[in-house]
Design a protein around this ligand. Structure first.
Ligand SMILES: *Cc1c(COP(=O)(O)O)cnc(C)c1O
Length: 363
């Protein structure tokens, strides 16, 4: 049988869909390579077991997972929503709080790409207020916007720095009764003291996003959490799919959030933080590295002379890193995820080779 070619089918799609540029994820835009340091995954992940049968539909919000995450985060069970990754949390927030074509969100680039992508697919305008020196919020700029949602990423992806708590409080005070303030804590396990979860009891319009994809080493699981007041959580529950969490996902998430799972996660965070310090020290000594951002997460942002050339040189050494030069406010930067000790050894050798060759050519 020949494949039906869809002449005319493409013209049936919504105008919005025809114009949409999909998110180029690290996994979709690059493949091959033996050492994957381009998606901020955790290379030190444990293995998990599944049991049971799967003939029944799963619970929409599996209690064991909700209760375990609530205990881990130090909030009430009614303040937790579990979803298909933090990405679905972002999408649910936008779909639940932003009226298409009327409302807007405010984001602070350079930052995580999905806020803008989810907004665009909901026909929601995006106000971009650049970070100052790529690490501080431009409060006056943010206060000049009229959003329904403000997204703040801390530790920020891709720069790695923490947004100062007093700045987040200033944003919360300003938008009280006007907008939700969403703090994306996807990497908070690498700097747990910086979490704004303790502010949830003071600010009913604060929302915190969390995930099992990064420190917990479960990017393939697709499991994330939204923490907020019960009113916000109940609004999101109206919009979420009836069965967003597959039963195998719920089983593995519950194991990851057991005392043993959390201890294992904390162990890998300590190892990664240690490997990161060593890597930062090395890069600071490489003459071809023009700037090294301090990091509170499992990745490091580097400015180099030619980011595309650096990325392709490392591909030749079978190592994938991510070019972040298209980010607003950044140029000629690469983001390197911290991998296993063995992977970091290979990375460091490849970088030493690349930068010493380049140094000779430019001398
Ligand atoms: C990886 C990441 C997410 C998405 O997490 P998932 O749970 O895998 O969907 C959200 N925010 C930031 C800042 C991230 O880096």
């Amino acid at each position: 049988m020949t494949e039906a070619t869809g002449s005319g089918v493409n013209t049936l799609a919504r105008q919005l869909v025809k114009e949409l540029v999909p998110y180029a994820s690290a996994r979709s835009s690059m493949s091959g390579g033996a050492v994957w340091l381009n998606a901020n995954e955790n290379a030190l992940a444990p293995a998990y077991q599944l049991d049971g049968t799967f003939n029944r539909y799963p619970s929409c919000q599996p209690k064991a997972v909700i209760n375990a995450y609530a205990a881990y985060a130090g909030v009430g069970a009614e303040q937790v929503l579990v979803s298909r990754g933090a990405d679905e949390g972002i999408e649910l927030l936008i779909r639940s709080f932003c009226e298409p074509k009327l409302d807007s969100i405010t984001i602070c680039p350079p930052t995580y790409g999905m806020y803008a992508i989810s907004a665009e697919s909901n026909q929601t305008a995006v106000d971009k207020v650049l970070l100052l020196n790529s690490e501080q919020l431009d409060l006056d700029g943010i206060f000049a916007t009229r959003p329904k949602l403000v997204f703040i990423c801390s530790p920020n992806n891709p720069t790695g720095d923490l947004i100062p708590r007093e700045q987040i409080i200033a944003v919360l005070e300003h938008f009280s009764g006007k907008a939700l303030v969403v703090v994306d804590e996807a990497y908070i396990e690498f700097a747990p003291q910086a979490s704004v979860v303790p502010l949830l009891s003071r600010y009913p319009h604060l929302v915190v996003l969390r995930t099992l994809s990064k420190a917990f080493g479960l990017a393939g699981l697709r499991c994330g959490f939204t923490l907020a007041s019960a009113d916000v959580i109940n609004a999101l529950k109206k919009m979420i799919a009836p069965y967003p969490i597959a039963e195998p996902v719920a089983q593995i998430a519950a194991q990851a959030l057991s005392a043993a799972g959390i201890a294992q996660m904390q162990q890998s965070v300590a190892t990664i933080n240690q490997l990161r310090s060593v890597f930062i020290e090395l890069t600071q000594q490489l003459p071809g590295v023009l700037r090294v951002w301090p990091s509170n997460a499992n990745y490091v942002l580097l400015q180099v002379a030619d980011a595309a050339d650096c990325v392709s040189a490392l591909i030749n050494a079978d190592i994938l890193i991510r070019n972040q030069s298209s980010q607003l406010g950044l140029s000629q930067v690469v983001r390197v995820s911290i991998g296993s000790p063995d992977e970091m050894q290979r990375l460091q050798q490849a970088m030493l080779n690349y930068f010493s060759v380049n140094k000779r050519e430019h001398a």
